[in-house]
Design a protein around this ligand. Structure first.
Ligand code: GRF
Length: 206
């Protein structure tokens, strides 16, 4: 069974969608550990409710980014994690972390990459930028993590319409609904060995 390590920073609804997909038998995997960049967030509560080992590892308690990441790597290895799933994890991970799990880290981003992504585009800022720009379509992207910010090979994308009366909040809610479908689907494809990375492209094998 594929062992997942889920990294979170907030409410953890994407973590929940993965847990629910496993419990429903849709996804054959196990959440081996949940690690949060912040104490007291609801995602940690969700992990505890499902008896998943959960830790908060805060950057401020480490002298360097490398030592911070080493602690996270240590916990992931301790729990024999095979795929790292970033689910609303707001800290940017350095190449040091990425090299510890080459092509074994996935991220979900609430826009159609390469639009509205990269440095500074996180959380509600993404949806604000989409509305300010006047885009008619946004969406969700699940991608492998490489050494850049939101630049890794794209696994799945889903378009979501922007309505005239959208606020960042209403748009975020519509996008989040799709996130909860697409992330379990991407992890499922990975767990079935159906994702093949060819340069920038991810081929989904039948
Ligand atoms: C999601 O919109 C995700 O795409 C983004 O952060 C949000 C996390 O939400 N990276 P949650 O903590 O999974 O509810």
């Amino acid at each position: 069974m594929l062992k997942l390590g889920v990294l979170v920073s907030g409410s953890g609804t994407n973590l929940q969608s993965i847990i629910d997909s496993i419990e429903a038998g849709y996804l054959k995997a196990e959440v081996a550990v949940v690690i949060s960049s912040k104490k007291g967030v609801y995602a940690l509560e969700r992990a505890k409710r499902h008896n998943i080992p959960a830790y908060a590892v805060e950057r401020k308690n480490f002298d360097s980014q490398e030592k911070y990441e080493d602690k996270i790597i240590e916990l992931l290895k301790e729990h024999s994690v095979e795929l790292v799933v970033l689910a609303g994890f707001i800290k940017v991970l350095s190449p040091h972390f990425v090299r510890a799990f080459p092509s074994k880290i996935m991220n979900i981003h609430p826009s159609l990459i390469p639009s509205f992504c990269g440095k500074g585009f996180y959380g509600m800022k993404v949806h604000e930028a989409v509305i300010d720009y006047g885009a008619k379509i946004t969406g969700v992207t699940v991608h492998f993590v490489d050494e850049g910010t939101d630049t890794g090979p794209i696994i799945l994308q889903k378009a979501v319409p922007v309505e005239d009366d959208d606020t960042p909040e209403t748009l975020a809610a519509r996008v989040l609904k799709e996130e909860h479908k697409i992330y379990p689907e991407a992890v499922k494809l990975y767990s079935e060995g159906r994702l093949e990375i060819r340069g920038r492209r991810v081929i989904i094998k039948r």
